[in-house]
Ligand binder design. Structure first.
Ligand SMILES: CCCN1C[C@@H](O)[C@H](O)[C@@H](C(=O)O)C1
Length: 600
């Protein structure tokens, strides 16, 4: 669990320099790098872009599919002007695990390929010199790690991942690395939680500093840089008269500035943009500022051509333009926390985010989908170690993202095996352990898979609202049989309707693989016509039940997966192609969504 996850910035007190660009890179096929002193020098490196997944740059399959240890290295100049400050390297994501060395000194390790971590290198750094930064990394999958999978050893001795999930195991330094410097006495963390009054709002804040000395003052400024509230102390209330509330697709942000002073000297300053809003679940309604919202959006992936799972500002900009064009207002960070810039986009654009940890593949049936076993996942002897990592990553996700107004809810699992009673103790522990992590107490949920229905799931008691992944028309009752698929879906939803459950239901996955340009009259599966017919079927169903409060088809765009006889160079369920051009269904769904008010 990380102590420091604040987003880096440069100001009078702080220094932040992105280390994007070409790093030295080398596969360590024999896992001998440490023994052979690679912490001092990579023997025969190539150049590798950062941020980027290494996989798709290569032209040979052994390199693209490489599984095991690999190393990065870069010489980093640290200016003498930073003397007296804490010097750190902040990694946006190192997938899936890394150990950091500076000038040959081991600094720290980190497990979890989708969340940031800070390496304090103060003790190892040389000022006004180049410093050798080296990372030893590994991208193997294991059942006791997130995301879940296996790593096989082929007869030729090469390793190969067997994901229990349907996205490619893109690996590397997928997000930016920052050289950062902060004062020894600095802001470590803050929280800001809003409550609304009659034409006023109260932002209750807390500030954590690395040292107890020094005074803290907090200022809130509006978009015109006018001070609207101030307060002193490491905890307090900022009372805002006539607040401009953050709303869905009508975002208003304020700048919160924290200053630490001692003897009238400014010691540290940290600023961030926050939104004043509340999130509540009221019966079967999801409410923002007490107003019902209807979620229109997507399951997504951080995925694009060339750099794999790397965060790419250009792709993110295009994706938001596409989602706004569609009339969308939300998305799920399927199936892992995304780069921090994504949440800042959503804060500015007024999108709601269901923030998901990579607790994906916790289901042997998913493995059997890719050749695994058929036992219940939570009966495995790996669950104790898995739980520790799972809780660690939920904790860091909430710690990192808790101050974003765009974050609506936390998804603690994607499609876990809840149709076995052995899941219940694990869920009881996880939901109890995470209840108090979010100062804003946002709803917590997880997605229910096809096999985890109203009748078969033993874990319906846990989520604050339900996310249903349902695939009639594709994985079963497909093609001309889709009418039976609709009937089966309605039968299940009739049971939800007849039950005493009064919580919102959001459809978080449904869709059809579609080859762009494939047309057939009448339709066949994989044709653009069929993708529309399938969406029309689901929309008929959604419009029949008032407790369905959101629709997020799978997926915004086509994305890369492992090879398989069910994948045509990746997953093609996108409403847009992988290079972000619309399929026919995008125009159909846009027409529907532009007619549905965000507060419907
Ligand atoms: C059947 C598993 C549910 N869902 C998970 C998602 O990650 C996959 O990409 C999607 C699909 O198979 O298209 C299905």
């Amino acid at each position: 669990m990380e102590q420091e996850l604040l987003y880096p910035l440069t100001n009078k007190c702080r220094f932040d320099q992105k280390l994007d660009g070409l790093w030295d890179f080398e596969f360590d096929r024999e896992s001998q790098g440490l023994a052979d002193n690679w912490t001092a020098k990579l023997p025969d490196p190539i150049k590798m872009p950062v941020p980027a997944s290494f996989n798709d740059f290569f032209t040979d399959k052994d390199s693209r599919e490489y599984t095991g240890d690999f190393w990065y290295a870069k010489r980093v100049f640290v200016p003498g002007s930073l003397r007296g400050k804490l010097i750190g390297l902040r990694f946006g994501a190192a997938t899936h695990r890394a150990t950091v060395y500076v000038n040959g000194q081991e600094i720290r390790s980190h497990e979890g390929g989708f969340l940031p971590f800070l390496a304090d290198i103060t003790s190892a750094v040389k000022f006004d010199e180049e410093n050798l930064v080296v990372l030893e990394m590994n991208n193997e999958l294991h059942r006791d790690a997130l995301p879940a999978g296996d790593t096989a050893v082929l007869k030729n001795g090469k390793k190969m991942v067997k994901p229990f999930f349907d996205f490619y195991n893109y690996s590397g330094l997928n997000r930016s690395v920052h050289l950062v410097a902060t004062p020894e006495n600095h802001v470590v963390d803050y929280t800001a939680v809003s409550t609304l009054g009659d034409d006023l709002a109260t932002v209750h804040y807390t500030v954590t500093t690395s040292q107890s000395v020094g005074s803290v003052s907090v200022t809130l400024r509006d978009k015109d840089d006018q001070i609207v509230a101030t307060s002193n102390g490491r905890t307090g209330d900022l009372v805002v008269q006539h607040p401009q509330l953050w709303n869905v697709r009508d975002a208003h942000l304020y700048t919160l500035t924290i200053q630490v002073t001692a003897n009238d000297n400014l010691i540290d300053e940290y600023s961030d943009e926050i939104g004043i809003r509340t999130i509540t679940i009221a019966g079967h309604q999801i409410e923002v500022n007490g107003q019902p919202v209807y979620l229109k959006g997507f399951g997504r992936h951080e995925d694009s051509i060339y750099a794999g799972r790397a965060f790419d500002l250009n792709v993110e900009k295009r994706d938001f333009e596409l989602m706004k064009w569609m009339g969308a207002n939300s998305f799920r960070t399927s199936h892992y926390p995304y780069d921090e810039e994504v949440y800042r986009f959503a804060d500015r654009e007024g999108f709601l985010i269901i923030d998901e940890v990579p607790a994906v593949g916790f289901k042997m049936a998913a493995a059997s989908f890719l050749g695994g076993l058929d036992q219940s996942f939570f009966d495995g002897d790996w669950t104790e170690e898995l739980y520790k990592k799972h809780l660690d990553q939920v904790t860091d996700m909430i710690h990192r993202d808790k101050n974003h107004p765009s974050v609506l809810a936390w998804s603690l699992f994607n499609e876990p095996d809840t149709s076995s009673k052995s899941a219940v103790p694990y869920f009881e522990k996880m939901f109890a352990a995470t209840k108090a992590l979010d100062p804003d107490q946002r709803p917590r949920t997880f997605t229910l898979n096809e096999d985890d229905t109203f009748d078969t799931s033993y874990c319906k008691q846990f989520p604050d609202f339900y996310l249903l992944n349902r695939y009639p028309g594709w994985y079963h009752k497909w093609g001309y049989e889709i009418s039976d698929g609709e009937a089966g879906l309605r039968e299940e939803l009739d049971k939800w309707a007849a039950s005493d459950i009064d919580k919102p239901v959001v459809f978080s996955e449904y869709g059809a693989d579609t080859q762009p340009g494939l047309h057939k009259l009448p339709s066949v599966m994989w044709s653009e016509e069929y993708q529309i017919e399938l969406l029309q079927m689901f929309n008929r169903v959604f419009d029949s039940y008032d407790f369905i409060r959101g629709e997020q088809p799978w997926n915004l765009a086509d994305f890369q997966t492992v090879e398989g006889n069910m994948r045509v160079n990746g997953n093609k369920k996108g409403l847009f192609t992988r290079d972000r051009q619309p399929k026919e269904a995008a125009f159909y769904l846009r027409h529907r969504w532009l007619d549905i008010d965000n507060n419907f």
